[in-house]
Write a protein that binds this ligand. Structure first.
Ligand code: SF4
Ligand code: MG
Length: 328
């Protein structure tokens, strides 16, 4: 598998007043392979959107780096190189209504990127592209002269997707693209995204707050908690054999369709609230809510390690030295 993106020890901190620093993303590392969908999941405020926005350069990184096809995304760049990044990496947002200019027609919204990057020779070609994009996302040319408020939430998300596709990107960050949609519409948007991925060889970072939302679309899934990624694995493995206590709790909260299984399942209830990312707990940040917390969890930050092939976790339960001690 070929790497498209490498995120190494990425940090994004925000100054939020006198001597207060919000560590929204704090030392996060992962790779994204060409053509895959990496799901990124966690409760609101865990840093998943900030991770996406920092990767795509909407935010400057505080530390660490992101490389895209081997090129440092945050390093100094010429205008031409920046423009090329902006074209290759696109973003789809949670609330398509807020991200679509209400005073622009759909055709102008979609054509904006085409114009900026000079992807059409003349007006006829520009409109051909717009019509084609509308059809690609399941809308039609009659929609081109209308305004965003004339569309439903699902249709607006399709417009957001068409706008992202207009510049022919390789990589799309979808920040909770289905969270605001009715459940009946969510599957349609996910299916459309999967179809487009196949046709165009796209790579996705798919952000969601709920593990059930990314299950269908993701090849691999990463779980975030309070600015850290705590576990990352192939989807099937993560759902069947979650290692991190936080992932285990999240999965236990998803109802299973089979009532027999559902009745016999144990639900893990997490006590307490998520601590503030301005003053996170020492050691393991999950320790204030973890049913398995040990003394060491307060004093040492758990290492990000590959517990099994391709299955990464940050938790002292999988610390080999510690386990050997416990066995003796
Ligand atoms: Fe729980 Fe400790 Fe593992 Fe953190 S390191 S998840 S507190 S067992
Ligand atoms: Mg968010």
């Amino acid at each position: 598998r070929e790497k498209l993106l490498e995120v190494k020890n990425l940090k994004k901190h925000f100054n939020v007043g006198k001597n207060a620093v919000l560590k929204a993303v704090d030392d996060v590392s992962f790779d994204i392979y060409k053509g895959e969908t990496l799901g990124l999941v966690g409760e609101s405020g865990c840093g998943k959107s900030t991770t996406g926005r920092t990767i795509i350069r909407l935010y400057e990184a505080t530390a660490g780096n992101v490389s895209y096809e081997g090129v440092d995304v945050h390093g100094k760049k010429s205008k031409k190189e920046l423009k090329s990044f902006n074209r290759k990496m696109q973003m789809i947002f949670q609330d398509p209504y807020a991200s679509l200019n209400p005073r622009m027609t759909i055709k102008d919204i979609i054509a904006e990127g085409i114009d900026i990057h000079g992807l059409a020779k003349n007006d006829k070609e520009r409109m051909e592209r717009v019509y084609e994009l509308l059809e690609t996302v399941g809308l039609n040319r009659a929609h081109a002269s209308r305004y965003p408020h004339e569309f439903s939430g699902g249709q607006r998300q399709r417009i957001g997707i068409a706008r992202a596709l207009a510049v022919d990107p390789d990589f799309i960050i979808a920040d909770e693209p289905i969270s605001a949609l009715d459940v009946s519409i969510q599957a349609q948007v996910v299916n459309l995204m999967m179809k487009l991925q196949k046709e165009r060889g796209l790579t996705y970072l798919f952000i969601a707050h709920d593990l059930s939302m990314v299950k269908h679309i993701s090849d691999r899934v990463g779980v975030m908690y309070l600015g850290n990624i705590v576990e990352l694995a192939e989807s099937d493995e993560l759902y069947e054999e979650p290692l991190h206590p936080y992932t285990q709790a999240l999965l236990s909260a998803i109802p299973v369709p089979d009532p027999e299984v559902e009745r016999s399942r144990e639900r893990i209830i997490l006590e307490g609230d998520i601590p503030s990312p301005i003053s996170p707990p020492s050691g393991c940040r999950f320790r204030t809510r973890c049913p398995h917390a040990m003394d060491v969890c307060a004093s040492a930050v758990p290492k990000w390690q590959e517990a099994r092939e391709g299955h990464w976790v940050a938790c002292h339960l999988y610390d080999n030295d510690l386990n050997n001690e416990n066995k003796q």
